[in-house]
Design a protein around this ligand. Structure first.
Ligand code: NAD
Length: 493
């Protein structure tokens, strides 16, 4: 894709719009800070217009006349279009996020799969007959859409996170206002063009752009919104929960993680080393489920860590568009500064900086937001760098002696999103994963996710689940319909 500058708009009620204020925002490529697009910068009034469009579309529009099969058919077509535009969408994602093209292509495959999965689900829930204690009655349960859904997404997986929200919400028959991260809106805007192309009626999906504290806040507060689904950091999650309390809207929060990757001495050494890198350095560590905490059993600790460091030295950092690149930049100057600050904190806390910690000296990378893959050893759970999300390519290494100690360390976190165990003893694997307080646990693997399995966190990693039938349920209300088949006066009064 040419990096000629794009001029984009918001999509409200089936119209492509500038913001009410006329303000604009520059979207930059984190690889070189080149401006790749100019987009409208919305404010509260734009958010209100988008919410009103979604409300009217839900209450009075044509959308509620679509049968479940018809909604499913539109979603199948959407999945097909994502496959058709796979390369273009992936290039756009890489330009906007800096992630490698191979990662963006994998994202697009995952996104098409999510739309296909929920397309298939749209007409599968015909309700349920339940047993009524009264023989002269029929009792049934039906699932109905919640209504207007506000969806707020982060910058690390812009379209992937959006798809986890859009596809189930549409399958269930809701209308949507979605706000992508203000710094990575491009693939979500492109997605709206796909919705328009496949024929979703106006007002069903609205894309509003702008700052979280303004546009996002309005979406979370609005009395016209029935549900807010958010993926992002804990601080924002707390604000959204408070704003949502205004009209007790339903909430779904997918928050952060600081995830343990536990390696026992009997693990397949080479594979565990390989995945230890993949767990944390994938997408430069900007993954909510990144295995940023490596926990290695003491008897293999030194040999294992040496091997991890040697392999990490070979990671090729660069332009995500270049096929040879294995790790791109981080998202922004602000985020780079935050990661560097964590590295400084780690040094102050007494952890040993075993690798990296600075910016690469390659002259080609000086304009981008690059940071070397970094490894801290001699870490323990009291340290801030172990407890808090750096959300960058920073691994902390802890060690343990016994199985109990490994479990204790792994759970010693306010988060509970994901984690992994490496061992060839399946009885041990089973014992350990049962005690891990996390929404996803992997045995002898790291990172796999797919639409059929739910995703979400224990503890402060969130509320609710995305993906799977559970993710669909989040977008439905359940109604009990009771019919008296032999009505007669009751004569109670
Ligand atoms: P963020 O919380 O800063 O922003 C996320 C979104 O919220 C953006 O669209 C932003 O504009 C919006 N926002 C900001 N302030 C708001 C407010 N007051 N009201 C409403 N919306 C507001 O997060 P980020 O930096 O974009 O993303 C990184 C975080 O996301 C990390 O903590 C990461 O772990 C988390 N994350 C979690 C998952 C998961 O599945 N659990 C997935 C991806 C990312």
């Amino acid at each position: 894709m040419e990096s000629t500058m794009m001029q984009e708009k918001m999509y409200i009620n089936g119209q492509w719009m500038e913001s009410n204020s006329g303000e604009k925002r520059k979207i930059v490529n984190p690889y070189n800070q080149e401006v790749i697009a100019i987009v409208p910068e919305g404010n509260r009034s734009d958010a209100m217009a988008a919410i009103q469009a979604a409300r009217t579309s839900f209450d009075n529009g044509t959308w509620n006349k679509f049968t479940a099969n018809e909604r499913g058919a539109l979603l199948f077509q959407t999945a097909d279009k994502i496959r058709e535009y796979r390369q273009e969408l992936a290039e756009l994602e890489t330009l906007n996020t800096g992630k490698t093209l191979v990662e963006s292509l994998a994202d697009m495959d995952g996104i098409a799969d999510v739309f296909q999965y929920y397309a298939g689900y749209a007409d599968k829930d015909g309700g349920q007959i339940i047993t009524s204690p009264n023989p002269d009655s029929v009792s049934r349960l039906v699932r109905e859409p919640v209504g207007v859904c506000a969806q707020i997404t982060p910058w690390n997986y812009p379209l992937l996170q959006a798809s986890w929200k859009l596809a189930p919400a549409l399958a269930a028959g809701n209308t949507i206002v979605i706000k992508p991260s203000e710094i990575t809106p491009l693939t979500t805007i492109r997605m709206a063009k796909i919705f328009e192309e496949v024929g979703f009626p106006p007002g069903v999906v609205n894309v509003v752009l702008g700052a979280g504290a303004i546009v996002g806040q309005e979406m979370a507060e609005s009395n016209l919104v029935d549900l807010v689904s958010f993926t992002g950091g804990c601080i924002t999650g707390r604000k959204i929960m408070q704003a949502a309390a205004k009209n007790f809207k339903k909430i779904s929060l997918e928050l952060g993680g600081k995830n343990p990757n536990i390696v026992f001495a009997d693990a397949d050494f080479e594979t565990a080393v390989d995945y230890a890198l993949n767990a944390v350095f994938f997408h430069a560590g900007q993954v909510c489920s990144a295995g940023a905490r490596l926990l290695v059993q003491d008897s293999i600790h030194d040999r294992f860590v040496r091997a991890v460091i040697e392999r990490t030295k070979n990671i090729r950092i660069g332009n995500g568009m270049n096929k040879k690149t294995q790790m791109g930049p981080v998202i922004s100057a602000q985020h780079l500064a935050k990661i560097k600050n964590y590295i400084k904190t780690g040094l102050e806390e007494g952890a040993t900086l075993a690798l990296g910690g600075g910016s690469p000296d390659n002259p080609e990378l000086q304009k981008g937001f690059f940071i070397e893959p970094t490894i801290f050893t001699d870490c323990h759970t009291e340290m801030k760098i172990v407890q808090e999300e750096s959300f960058g390519p920073v691994m902390t290494v802890e060690t343990f002696g016994t199985e109990e100690e490994a479990i204790h360390l792994a759970n010693d976190s306010k988060y509970g999103l994901a984690g992994a165990v490496w061992t060839q003893d399946m009885n041990r694997a089973e014992r350990v994963v049962r005690k891990m307080r996390m929404g996803t646990v992997w045995i002898n693997d790291y990172h796999p996710y797919f639409p059929q399995a739910p995703w979400g966190g224990y503890k402060q990693s969130g509320i609710g689940r995305e993906l799977s039938h559970v993710g669909l349920d989040e977008y439905t209300e359940i109604k009990h319909v009771y019919m008296n088949t032999n009505p007669k006066p009751m004569k109670w009064f």
